[in-house]
Design a protein around this ligand. Structure first.
Ligand code: SF4
Ligand code: SF4
Length: 361
């Protein structure tokens, strides 16, 4: 049974700011998963919603706990994770190693260089920007996804080797690769399906919460590299932290709270534009169905959206809104990451593993 840590770090991602640029994904990839056997590892990824995401259809694969959907705080004694299944390799995507200089598997040229059997049928962003709905009321939005460093990690509960642990000092969930035997029960149990298998090393690997940076007072690379300033980071239990404050406003919600693991990544829900009638006039009804957002963030999303709309209207009417000020953020990095505001170079924290020109935050 997992012990409650003395501190817990968390992240808030504002879906109204995310532009789906994947800078966060690349920052993470370049920093941590550039090795052999890690081609299919995307510890941070940004899926288009509605969509099947990665691994394909992950939302319906099961896992997590059969929990009270209103649960948002700490509870111990989770018991064993519920029924689930292991994602297949080709649900993550087919990755073909081509000689240097040739097209990558994803491109049209790349597809022609492979046999029909080996042609990719799915990739991590195969359904990017597809979305749902019919013109003029089609819609989509971006959902960045990573390990939630849960209060009650189903991955941890499922490991018969005791290889997964939650750190006392900050609640980050890690895999001890020395103990891991590659059974993949954790991959099956995690309802967010954010653990990967490294076939080269025969171990499970997942987001490490950028712990070497966090220990040095530097925010995770996905957060620092975001050009839209869509991510906030801090202690969930520190009243001075922006993460705490946004939670207190009731506008930062966990994804799929029904999974019962108590995530520590939260989302500011997407605000919808109006549906248009046949003449192209706004009807006032939201283009993104509320029921769809409830299926992602639970019933609390309705209140969160009401609060966001009210506060935005205050600003339109010429009044001040502390919530809107916080979501805009004027001083970077202080307004976004305090107390993790150091620059990687200043703190001598990991910045980039692979030599080259792009910086990982
Ligand atoms: S999101 Fe999945 S992998 Fe991460 S701590 Fe929760 S159950 Fe474990
Ligand atoms: S870097 Fe920021 S804006 Fe770009 S996809 Fe990631 S979260 Fe969204």
């Amino acid at each position: 049974m997992v012990k409650k840590p003395s501190r817990q770090v968390g992240m808030v991602i504002d879906l109204n700011k995310c532009i789906g640029c994947q800078t966060c994904s690349m920052a993470c990839k370049r920093l941590w998963t550039g090795g052999d056997g890690q081609q299919q590892l995307w510890w941070n990824k940004v899926n288009t919603m509605p969509g099947e995401g990665s691994p394909r259809g992950w939302e319906d694969m099961g896992g997590g706990f059969d929990a009270d959907p209103s649960f948002l705080g700490w509870r111990v004694g989770a018991g064993k994770p519920g029924p689930s299944r292991l994602p297949e390799d080709d649900e993550f995507g087919t990755y073909v190693q081509l000689p240097a200089g040739e097209e990558v598997a994803r491109s049209g040229e790349g597809r022609r260089t492979t046999t029909p059997e080996a042609r990719p049928r799915w990739m991590y962003n195969w359904d990017e920007d597809r979305g749902a709905g019919v013109h003029p009321n089609a819609f989509f939005f971006y959902l960045p996804r990573l390990c939630n460093h849960c209060d009650r990690p189903a991955c941890l509960e499922a490991c018969p080797r005791g290889a997964i642990y939650k750190r006392e000092e900050d609640g980050i969930v890690l895999v001890n690769e020395e103990k891991c035997e590659g059974y993949r029960f954790c991959m099956e149990a995690c309802p967010y399906k954010v653990i990967y298998f490294n076939p080269k090393e025969n171990v499970a690997q997942k987001c490490i919460g950028c712990y070497p940076r966090v220990e040095a007072g530097v925010a995770p690379a996905c957060a620092r590299s975001c050009p839209a300033r869509a991510r906030f980071y801090g202690y969930v239990d520190d009243p001075e932290s922006v993460v705490y404050k946004l939670r207190k406003w009731g506008v930062a919600l966990p994804l799929h709270p029904k999974f019962g693991t108590g995530p520590n990544v939260f989302y500011i829900p997407i605000m919808s534009s109006s549906r248009l009638d046949e003449e192209g006039r706004p009807t006032g009804a939201p283009r993104i169905p509320l029921d769809y957002l409830k299926s992602l963030f639970g019933d609390a999303v309705e209140g969160a959206l009401n609060t966001l709309r009210e506060e935005r209207q205050k600003v339109k009417n010429g009044f001040n809104s502390p919530l809107m000020e916080m979501l805009v953020g004027w001083r970077w990095p202080d307004d976004f990451f305090a107390p993790f505001v150091k620059a990687p170079d200043e703190a001598k924290a990991p910045r980039q593993k692979v030599s080259g020109d792009a910086a990982a935050g």
